[in-house]
Design a protein around this ligand. Structure first.
Ligand SMILES: NC(=O)N[C@@H](O)C(=O)O
Ligand code: NI
Length: 178
């Protein structure tokens, strides 16, 4: 018989720039746009930026991802110490943004502090940028398979540290209100 693990059910909070400030930027059309292209287009400027180390370069990808099943069991945390990482849905896809603060920021021995674990739900028109070194769960897209534009740091060196979720507890995000 499978051992029944205690379940840590995470509450989901709506994604706002104020709440997400410690981790990075929310990318969404906000503020007063510039009117460009002979009036045909509104430009919402400088919503976020791509950071890389001096040996890296900014790189653009498309992720074609399947949707998560719910309740969503968390697998691991990762961080990209050499650069930021931005996810922007291409099909109005909602996704879960699961982050945690660092135990020893900037140190090689840094780990996610699971007592600070936060779970945000986007509204379909929002993307996020994780600042370099921010602990996050890999992409968790909801509802249907979907495409995301991803901007991050390309180049030499190790840019992905992973820490599995601790044994003995199942961290899940329940479908409450999802
Ligand atoms: N592996 C990869 O590029 N994706 C992850 O970094 C992620 O945050 O989804
Ligand atoms: Ni990542």
């Amino acid at each position: 018989m499978d051992t029944v693990l205690p379940v840590e059910v995470l509450t989901v909070e709506p994604l706002t720039q104020a709440a997400f400030e410690p981790f990075g930027d929310v990318v969404e059309a906000r503020g007063i746009p510039l009117v460009i292209n002979q009036g045909r287009c509104y430009k919402y400027c400088d919503l976020t930026s791509v950071s890389t180390d001096r040996d890296g370069h900014s790189s653009v990808h498309i992720f074609k991802t399947s949707a998560i099943r719910q309740p969503c069991k968390l697998d691991l945390f990762e961080r990209h110490p050499l650069g930021s990482q931005t996810f922007m849905p291409l099909e109005k896809q909602r996704f879960l943004v699961v982050v945690a603060e660092s135990t020893q920021p900037e140190e090689d021995s840094d780990k996610p502090d699971l007592s600070t674990l936060r779970c945000f739900l986007t509204n379909g028109s929002q993307g996020v940028t994780y600042r370099a070194g921010v602990w996050h769960h890999p992409l968790l897209s909801l509802d249907t398979p979907s495409d995301f534009l991803v901007l991050d740091r390309g180049g030499p060196g190790r840019n992905c540290d992973e820490v599995p979720m601790p044994e003995g507890v199942r961290y899940t995000v329940e479908a409450v209100g999802l």
